[in-house]
Design a protein around this ligand. Structure first.
Ligand SMILES: [Zn+2]
Length: 216
């Protein structure tokens, strides 16, 4: 592959300037179609040799405007997710309770909080704050089935305040449990982060083999 050019491209997204590196190559394996991809901060464009040099600039401008549009869309999607309000949480918790737990669970409040980093959710059982469910704002923009999983997880603690096998069997009524837990593991892996289970576990609740928290 012959490199045609490599340059920095400022892209504005919601008032912030991000600088991406644009790399364009001639790729003799391509016949007519231009291919491009974005990885991290690099945009790589592969151009078939039949394209004349003077057309390349137009193609690159086109690619840059597509990247800009994609980023704008992703941003808008995130903003919409951020608008999920506490009232929505309450409605979703009610719906999950009705759909999967026969409407048998009760709680007092459910709300987003900004001070949980490692924990995704929490639920108090007993005491003056009995039935307060909190979800970390960190997960606010995550897919709905994952947010629903975390809500269902905290709701299920209203019946089983531990992580016993009975708890997991009960929570498995939520049909996307495994998929959601896979998503959470994937995010944790990609970030090099460790997400803790919601509350500290009583020793009796530790998984039989291995010990330690079963990560959310
Ligand atoms: Zn839990």
């Amino acid at each position: 592959m012959t490199t045609i050019l490599e340059r920095e491209v400022p892209i504005e997204c919601a008032g912030e300037i991000q600088t991406l590196t644009l790399i364009a190559h001639y790729d003799s394996r391509l016949r007519k179609t231009v291919r491009w991809s974005v990885q991290g901060d690099a945009i790589t464009v592969r151009i078939p040799p039949c394209v004349r040099r003077k057309e390349v600039d137009r193609i690159l401008e086109d690619v840059i405007s597509r990247v800009r549009r994609d980023r704008d869309r992703a941003r808008q999607k995130r903003d919409r997710a951020l608008q999920r309000q506490d009232a929505d949480l309450q409605a979703r918790a009610r719906a999950l309770n009705r759909l999967y737990f026969d409407g048998e669970l009760t709680w007092r409040t459910i709300r987003w909080v900004g001070n949980m980093q490692r924990r995704l959710g929490s639920c108090t059982n007993g005491g003056p704050t009995d039935g307060d469910i909190r979800l970390s704002e960190r997960i606010r923009s995550w897919p709905s089935y994952v947010v629903d999983y975390v809500i269902a997880h905290e709701l299920a603690h209203r019946k089983f305040p531990n992580h016993s096998s009975a708890f997991w069997a009960y929570l498995a009524r939520y049909p996307h449990m495994e998929r959601a837990r896979g998503f959470i593991e994937g995010v944790a892996f990609a970030d090099g982060a460790v997400f803790e289970e919601d509350a500290g576990l009583a020793p009796a609740d530790l998984p039989e083999a291995g010990g330690g928290n079963r990560p959310l």
